[in-house]
Design a protein around this ligand. Structure first.
Ligand SMILES: *[C@@H]1O[C@H](CO)[C@@H](O)[C@H](O)[C@H]1NC(C)=O
Length: 550
């Protein structure tokens, strides 16, 4: 933690407090700042799993995203904007802190820490003044088709649980028969394995009951989430916040953290069947509508000219995602190779990003240089006239010099691309010329002849490249023509040295993906009406006739 001399840096405190909130968590959070002078307002919009090739201004001619495109036309398009991870939690943690996720001890938003309602990880305990949204996640289990995320991750999960249970059961029985153990001991063993496997089954089969909920500030207002009206509700909350802001003069920071276009996809009825790309396409178009609604409010309330708007995605499109009828429910990453959770290939980490700030960014600007979501924090700080914390290493840079063409070369000379807590690739932007090099140390464990895994690629199964590959990202952005790094020793050596320096400066933290970190803690489980196992509530606010859902 650090103290603030400038009121503007309160915003930064909320961002970079080292208790990360994020990610499985999708949320809408809002911060109001007190100010002396006329500082800009900031609106950050983050889509979930939206692919590089899903957006009109990034080359998609068959989906309609006029509002996102308008931000590029009225501002800038960032064609090489990179996430710190191809998975949501670490990517979002990095965006909020301006640092590589490996530097932080917490990635997911989570909720409470020691007791059910301590709300230790709640955004309002980390500098935000208002919160409406999902503390946890949206996953396919939340839909009405009985799909299970765990079954996609491992199609045989339930057979595995059952067979391990059976093996243990038979072993225990044999031990009992061979009379080595007493009946009581036998029953105890039986009870334990039944309880453990029963719990495993319960947790993996009940993600909806355990996770599908919306909070307004500290109140659990909706459980389970009505996904069909979710986008509309997020938009209403964002717009009402903006209306409130028009009553005072203080600049604000609004974070619209969309659940779109992560599965389970359930667009509102009026978007159903309207796009040319099934439910996924309909959801992209609903997302674009929502962006348009926020832009409309900014304009109507007179905020447009003094507001920096940023739109991005937390990682690439999920190529393997399908619904149970086999219809593709994940995004498209254009010419880039791979997608979400594919380690460090660009399809997983290069995201469609646009920015608008009238009077500061010339309409139609294009930035092709490597930039990062970690740049958001220093950029916002700069725009607000606030200083960034100096008690920790930041990995992002102010984007404004690039956006304003004061410089033509990215400040990121090297970028380290992580899969979990391990660097799988390094990006190098020499200070001269135009080239961008990517050194791939490991590749995703793709199925033979394809650029996809079964459902998701796991970092641990990645394939070590020996010698590593080098890609010229300027002429080969799709990573199709690998060169042996050893054939370009000068470049290779520079990148190795940079990686060594980077790793020497790291203070290792506990892995955030261990089973112990991820496993359910029953004592922290929220239930909106304490009426287990129903836990069913609808938000009274939206019963009011003034809100129309169609
Ligand atoms: C547009 O996006 C959709 C949905 O991801 C994809 O299926 C389609 O191929 C894309 N179209 C073009 C022309 O890029």
């Amino acid at each position: 933690m650090f103290t603030c001399r400038d009121s503007g840096c309160k915003a930064m405190a909320s961002y970079s407090s080292n208790m990360m909130r994020c990610a499985l968590a999708i949320f809408l959070a809002i911060l109001v700042l007190q100010v002396r002078s006329r500082k800009p307002n900031i609106v950050l919009m983050i889509a979930d799993d939206l692919g590089y090739g899903d957006v009109g201004c990034f080359g998609n001619s068959t989906l309609r995203t006029p509002h996102i495109d308008s931000l590029a036309a009225d501002g800038a398009k960032l064609t090489q904007h990179l996430t710190a991870s191809s998975l949501c939690s670490p990517s979002r943690a990095a965006m909020l802190t301006g640092r590589y996720p490996v530097r932080s001890g917490k990635w997911h938003l989570g909720w409470s820490k020691d007791r059910l309602s301590d709300f230790a990880h709640h955004p309002m305990k980390h500098g935000f003044d208002y919160f409406y949204g999902l503390p946890l996640t949206n996953i396919k289990d939340f839909g009405s088709e009985g799909e299970r995320l765990m079954k996609s991750v491992d199609p045989y999960i339930y057979y595995r649980i059952l067979s391990i249970f059976l093996v243990m059961f038979i072993t225990a029985s044999c031990l009992y028969k061979s009379n080595n153990i007493g009946i009581l001991f036998f029953l105890l063993i039986l009870f334990t394995i039944t309880a453990v496997f029963g719990l495993l089954y319960f947790v993996t089969d009940n993600f909806k009951l355990l996770n599908s909920q919306i909070y307004r500030e500290y109140d659990n207002v909706e459980q389970p989430i009505d996904l069909e009206t979710l986008m509309r509700k997020l938009v209403i909350e964002g717009q009402e916040f903006l209306e409130e802001r028009s009553k005072d003069d203080a600049p604000f920071l609004l974070v619209m953290s969309w659940t779109h276009v992560h599965t389970y996809l359930h667009p509102a009825k009026r978007f159903g069947g309207k796009s040319r790309h099934g439910t996924y396409g309909d959801s992209v178009e609903e997302l674009d509508w929502a962006v348009g609604e926020i832009l409309k409010s900014l304009e109507q309330l007179g905020f447009k000219d003094n507001t920096m708007v940023y739109f991005t995605s937390d990682n690439g499109g999920h190529l393997e995602e399908r619904n149970k009828h086999g219809e593709p429910h994940g995004g498209y990453n254009g010419i880039l190779r791979g997608g979400k959770a594919h380690g460090t290939v660009d399809g997983g980490i290069r995201v469609p990003t646009v920015m608008r700030w009238p009077g500061h960014i010339t309409p139609g600007t294009v930035v092709d240089e490597p930039t990062s979501l970690m740049d958001v924090l220093p950029t916002v700080a700069k725009a607000m006239g606030a200083s960034v914390p100096d008690d920790r290493q930041l990995d992002g840079y102010d984007l404004l010099p690039l956006l304003q063409k004061q410089t033509l070369v990215s400040s990121h000379e090297f970028m380290f691309h992580y899969c979990g807590t391990e660097v799988h690739a390094v990006r190098y932007r020499p200070r001269e010329g135009k080239s961008v090099w990517k050194l791939a140390l490991k590749e995703p464990p793709y199925l033979p002849g394809q650029d996809v895994c079964m459902f998701i690629c796991h970092c641990a199964n990645s394939i070590t490249l020996d010698p590593p590959y080098l890609y010229d990202m300027t002429s080969d952005p799709g990573e199709r023509r690998p060169m042996n790094a050893t054939d370009l020793p000068e470049i290779y050596h520079k990148m190795q040295e940079a990686l060594k320096d980077h790793q020497q400066g790291l203070i290792p933290v506990e892995t955030q993906y261990s089973l112990a970190k991820l496993f359910w803690r029953p004592w922290l489980q929220p239930c909106c009406n304490s009426n287990y196992p129903t836990c069913s509530c609808t938000d009274p606010k939206f019963n009011n006739k003034k809100y129309k859902f169609d």
